[in-house]
Write a protein that binds this ligand. Structure first.
Ligand code: ZN
Length: 657
């Protein structure tokens, strides 16, 4: 038998699939019915969406059940604070451990209908977000719909809407629509038909302005410079990634883009993810000053409204989440690309609504400043942020790792991914890279960008760094790790063997250092270069000359990078690992046999031999090296440059000097 709850979940998922109705946690739905409780008593209940839950893909547990007999008497209260409301509503929960019900729970309870939808539809917001909202909404939807001016959700709005049950539905200015039905189908039909009527009405209006595309394509080089300048300015209050979104090009190119942005967010709840306003940035030249001006305005707005700041809360980060760039689209920010994509999805709807208003009804109007501030700092809304996991220590950091398909590079990639870094992974071995990426995907960490190619090739190295800029918006560091093992006594080595050791282990490191330094200087927010050298740099081995010389050279390269990068805040440090075997290909192709023979042992005894040789008597793993690399990339090592850290279990003959 299909229950009211089943119907509610199915209808809600259907609504959630349509981003013109709701985006990311917006809107809520309810159904009323009876259930038999744990003592066999029949109870009248209402299921309503939990606060912060997403209608799309929602399931039964997202709809806590509340006893109507404990909710309906609340309507007799004259007034009620948000705090009181939250406490009283939670007392009506059948299961006290269920998720917190929506802020709009009482609105659903006070309307006497079995099924209720509340959506933040773009078309409805386009009807209301301007000076002529009430008239336009009435003309579009007819007298059957009540119109309620902006009011923050809560007890008062619930009572106001509860008194409007004789209508077909309620339009909430700067917010959305409430509709209902005796059955779930009837409810869905009314939501669908009402929004469609609004869309049709809008399309029938004549275009008032011709704000058609005015900007030509931004050239590639300018895009890269713009991203670096933007990121340098935005990261003054913490690292974040940037993401370019071409879907907002049509809005960004409008001649009235400043007026569109001034229209603010379409539905108030959007400001939780994209702030009350976006910024317009026109070129790499102006990027830094545009961001500084935005941040200054935001700080001033908080200062003007400081009296309204709820106790225990402090100002949000003053940086914008969305920049509209004529000739490009939008650049949005987040701790990960995914978060930046969510911001772009919301910005797309918010700015398209404002553009529609400008086209059809005149200047889009935002909420006034005081109401904006009250919503921006509303504990009931900010509660949703507490439902998210806290960001790991390298969230927002962008790092290139070479030689990432196996061994130490692979271990570093996995470690940095779990710490929240956005990664560009490079290796000659494309298949290995794909496997590492799959491993990262399984862990739930952000997807890395992959570059399969030869890091001794200048153009591949340039592309590796460019990818970090184009995909993630900049660069914070590089782990220079690609390398090979070359064995043979000096009198046996061919010139080719000697040169390939230097080219792959050292010259590739120079190329990446050069490319990274250029980008880091342009971005002007410092950076960290980590060189994976070797215990052999200080403690060379006979028969291992080409390798040992290249690694000693790498330590010297690191020192020069530290000297030259210092005034730009770029740090450079090296790690000297020894005898790391797990997931490594270094020991293939005869190196294992070679080294075993050199030490007079069997090849399979090599791991234990190396472990026994070091002071701590322990095997060294890729994870040990990776944790040191993560430290050198993090703020925890912000005063360390030009250093070498051994991760070798302690080898006296290779102590740094
Ligand atoms: Zn709402």
């Amino acid at each position: 038998m299909t229950t009211a709850l089943d119907e509610l979940v199915a209808r809600s998922r259907r609504i959630g699939e349509d981003p013109t109705l709701v985006v990311y946690g917006g809107g809520n739905t309810s159904a009323k019915g009876t259930i038999v409780d744990h003592l066999g008593r029949e109870q009248r209940v209402m299921w309503v969406k939990g606060s912060g839950a997403d209608l799309r893909g929602s399931s039964e547990s997202d709809y806590p059940a509340l006893r109507l007999d404990d909710l309906l008497p609340l309507r007799t209260f004259e007034e009620m604070s948000d705090q009181e409301m939250t406490e009283l509503v939670s007392r009506a929960l059948l299961d006290p451990s269920a998720r917190r019900p929506s802020i709009e729970t009482l609105l659903h309870a006070f309307l006497p209908f079995t099924h209720i939808d509340h959506v933040h539809a773009d078309a409805i917001c386009a009807l209301t977000n301007h000076a002529d909202g009430p008239r336009v909404a009435r003309e579009a939807l007819g007298e059957g719909f009540a119109y309620v001016d902006w009011m923050r959700p809560g007890f008062t709005l619930s009572k106001v809407v509860g008194d409007l049950a004789s209508y077909e539905g309620v339009v909430l200015a700067h917010h959305g629509l409430v509709t209902w039905g005796a059955t779930s189908d009837e409810c869905w039909d009314r939501t669908d038909r009402t929004v469609q009527r609004a869309r049709d009405f809008i399309n029938d209006q004549r275009l008032r302005v011709d704000a058609g595309p005015s900007a030509s394509d931004m050239p590639d080089e300018e895009i890269e410079r713009l991203l670096l300048h933007l990121r340098g300015a935005l990261c003054k209050t913490g690292r974040r990634v940037l993401r370019v979104d071409g879907r907002l090009r049509a809005v960004a190119d409008r001649s009235d883009v400043d007026a569109v942005v001034a229209g603010g967010v379409s539905s108030a709840d959007h400001m939780l993810r994209i702030k009350p306003r976006s910024v317009v940035v026109r070129s790499s030249e102006s990027a830094a000053s545009d961001i500084a001006a935005y941040a200054g305005d935001y700080v001033a707005y908080v200062a003007r409204n400081a009296d309204l700041m709820p106790r225990g809360y402090s100002a949000h980060d003053p940086m914008p989440k969305v920049a509209l760039v004529p000739g490009l689209g939008a650049v949005t920010t987040g701790a990960t690309q995914r978060e930046a994509e969510v911001a772009a999805d919301i910005a797309l709807h918010t700015h398209q609504v404002a553009a529609t208003v400008a086209d059809r009804f005149g200047a889009p109007e935002p909420l006034d400043e005081v109401e904006t501030f009250r919503f921006d700092y509303w504990p009931m809304e900010l509660y949703k942020l507490t439902l998210r996991p806290t960001a790991p220590d390298l969230a927002g950091a962008i790092v290139v790792v070479t030689g990432a398909a196996s061994g130490i590079g692979r271990g570093i990639a996995l470690e940095l991914a779990t710490r929240g870094a956005s990664l560009v992974l490079a290796d000659l071995d494309g298949t290995g890279l794909t496997e590492v990426a799959a491993h990262i995907a399984e862990s739930g960490a952000a997807q890395p960008e992959l570059v399969a190619g030869d890091q001794t090739d200048e153009s591949v190295v340039e592309e590796t760094v460019r990818r970090a800029v184009r995909v993630f918006g900049g660069l914070d560091g590089a782990v220079i790790n690609a390398g090979i093992g070359v064995t043979g006594n000096l009198d046996d080595l061919t010139l080719d063997q000697w040169e390939s050791g230097l080219r792959i282990n050292l010259t590739s490191g120079f190329l990446l250092t050069r490319a990274a330094l250029r980008v880091l200087k342009e971005q002007a927010m410092g950076g960290s270069l980590v060189y994976i050298a070797s215990k052999n740099a200080f403690g060379p081995g006979a028969g291992f000359g080409a390798y040992s010389v290249s690694k000693a050279g790498m330590v010297q390269l690191m020192r020069i990078a530290a000297l030259e990068g210092g005034k730009h805040g770029v740090r450079a440090n090296a790690i000297n690992p020894d005898a790391v075997f797990d997931h490594s290909r270094l020991w293939d192709d005869g190196l294992r046999e070679e080294r075993a023979a050199a030490h007079g042992i069997k090849p399979e005894e090599l791991e234990d031999f190396y472990a026994a040789r070091n002071i701590l008597g322990r095997r060294v793993t890729t994870r040990d090296v990776a944790q040191t690399a993560a430290f050198l990339l993090s703020e925890a090592s912000s005063r360390t440059t030009g250093a070498v850290i051994p991760v070798d279990g302690g080898v006296a003959g290779a102590f740094p000097r």
